[in-house]
Ligand binder design. Structure first.
Ligand code: ZN
Length: 360
């Protein structure tokens, strides 16, 4: 069962509770679980508070209590956990290769470059899975040591408290969160099983350069600033797919004569086509979810040099409007969507690029 402490008692419990030790807890509440970020499948959870008493048990009566508990997701089922943050994802696999640390541009409330490290795993059946460790988790991963150990024996890793995300051009990835932790060659049954089955297929771990760097240098971003006039005179045949430009514009209005939303793939946001009653993602994602309504606004943007129609897809529109397309689609006509959006910020800096997508 998951136990939770409010922020005001967090420091105290962090001091009192050490992973791997056994405690008797008393004076806590039991209540229904939270809607998201649960580490185990249980309808209830423990709420610890100021009155909760923590007593360490160290007389050996604890030997029957397992020190670790994971809910491993089969590699084949990882796609079905995409965007599902109700439950964290735990995976287990043999480390096949380790990439060097990379940097990626993360857009959001505070856009910045963040560091990451990719690890390639395989499971019992040899199926591959990419794991991304962000920030300190990736930085502190002792790749050199793991590679050295991996020369003699297979290294089996457990990643806990992870989420699944689909990245453009990369695929379904098990990525770390602030709650994530990894364990190498842990003494549990699942690790032993995987190890035994891999014993006769041992291969040293490969060290790879970071295969996808998506770094944006803030200075370069400023250098990439273009006016609408300059954007209009670009030659599309000379552009690289990942070229990004910065353009400061005012949103003049929405072209309401066209649809402002479309049915997109739950996983990747690309359009879907219908095969009878079955939704098919045009990118070929596994179809385990119904499509979702997503924004596609034909927006008229203006700066001192001219005006331009810019198609804005889902994510930035959600930021402008404050609600998802799904919430508006039921009872909002074309003209109303324009009013809803005009009532928000009049100007925004938009990062535009030929394939500015969902990823990173
Ligand atoms: Zn898709």
């Amino acid at each position: 069962m998951q136990a939770r402490a409010p922020p005001s008692y967090m420091k105290r419990f962090q001091r009192q509770l050490v992973e791997g030790k056994v405690y008797a807890l008393s004076n806590f509440m039991v209540w229904t679980k939270m809607k998201c970020y649960m580490a185990c499948r249980n309808g209830l959870m423990i709420y610890m508070g100021g009155q909760t008493v923590v007593d360490e048990i160290s007389d050996g009566t604890d030997s029957s209590i397992p020190l670790h508990s994971f809910e491993f997701v089969d590699f084949g089922n990882v796609p079905s956990r995409n965007r599902d943050n109700s439950l964290f994802t735990d995976v287990i696999g043999q480390i096949v290769s380790i990439e060097e640390e990379g940097q990626a541009w993360k857009s959001g409330e505070a856009s910045r470059n963040i560091s990451f490290r990719n690890l390639h795993l395989r499971d019992l059946r040899g199926r591959p899975m990419l794991v991304t460790l962000y920030g300190d988790l990736g930085r502190n991963f002792d790749a050199e040591k793991v590679v050295k150990q991996g020369r003699e024996v297979s290294i089996v890793a457990v990643f806990a408290g992870m989420l699944v995300q689909l990245y453009n051009g990369i695929g379904f990835t098990v990525r770390s969160t602030s709650a994530s932790k990894y364990y190498l060659d842990l003494d549990i049954l699942e690790v032993q099983e995987l190890r035994t089955s891999l014993a006769d297929r041992h291969k040293p771990i490969d060290c790879l350069p970071c295969q996808l760097q998506n770094l944006i240098n803030p200075t370069e971003l400023v250098d990439s600033r273009r006016t609408i006039e300059q954007l209009k005179s670009l030659n599309p045949h000379e552009l690289h797919s990942r070229t990004k430009f910065l353009c400061i514009v005012t949103l003049k209005g929405i072209n309401c004569t066209k649809d402002w939303w479309y049915e997109g793939c739950f996983h990747c946001n690309w359009p879907i086509s219908w095969d009878g009653s079955k939704p098919l993602c045009i990118k070929g994602c596994p179809n385990n979810q119904l499509p979702v309504p997503l924004y596609k606004l034909d927006a008229v943007m203006q700066d001192a040099t001219g005006t331009m129609n810019i198609m804005i897809f889902d994510k930035p529109v959600k930021k402008l409007v404050g609600v998802s397309a799904e919430e508006l689609v039921e009872d909002t006509a074309g003209e109303q969507i324009s009013a809803v959006i005009s009532s928000h910020h009049q100007s925004r800096a938009l990062l535009v690029g030929p394939t500015e997508g969902d990823s990173w």
